[in-house]
Design a protein around this ligand. Structure first.
Ligand SMILES: [Zn+2]
Length: 180
């Protein structure tokens, strides 16, 4: 391939070899010497730098879109969790000689996301929505609402995890709970 640098590049209109570093330009077919610290001649250095810059621009746009998606899905998941938690009617706990405890049995619930180093899990950690779980290698959200109501917390966790799991089917997302 014959490349006419001199007509295309303002940088090589003089002597393209003047800043030679002893290597030939890395661009396929180009026989000019590479310049300075570049592996390309002055012309191809600019061409490749332009391509690299375009790539960086494109990837930062992709990143911004991905974060917008994470935010939207998280907000939806919280919303779904709260609706489920409020709609849940716990089975009252009856203890002989005491008034029934309308919020039912006491317990905890979590939403878990694996793997813990996925882009979504990293974002969740960064936002403070989830914490690393060294035991499972994922991240988890501890349901802090509804006092000690196991059933409401569980309803919240299940609704939240199903929204998240639907949005990110490649991740392992599930709810866990236990009685106190
Ligand atoms: Zn070149």
């Amino acid at each position: 391939m014959i490349t006419n640098h001199n007509k295309l590049s303002p940088y090589t209109s003089g002597n393209p070899r003047r800043r030679s570093n002893g290597h030939t330009c890395g661009h396929d077919g180009c026989t000019f010497d590479a310049t300075g610290r570049s592996k390309y001649c002055t012309y191809h250095r600019d061409v490749h730098y332009g391509q690299w810059r375009d790539k960086v621009k494109a990837s930062s746009k992709v990143k911004a879109e991905r974060i917008a998606l994470f935010e939207r899905v998280w907000d939806e998941a919280v919303e779904a969790g709260m609706v489920a938690g409020e709609e849940c009617v716990p089975r009252p706990m009856v203890i002989q000689g005491y008034a029934p405890i309308t919020e039912g049995m006491c317990g905890f619930a979590q939403v878990r996301v694996k793997p813990g180093n996925s882009a979504f899990a990293n974002w969740l950690k960064k936002q403070g929505h989830m914490s690393p779980d060294s035991y499972t290698g994922g991240v988890y959200h501890y349901v802090g609402l509804y006092g000690q109501s196991w059933e409401r917390k569980r309803a919240f966790a299940r609704a939240m995890s199903s929204v998240l799991a639907e949005a990110f089917p490649k991740l392992n997302i599930y709810a866990t709970d236990r009685l106190d």
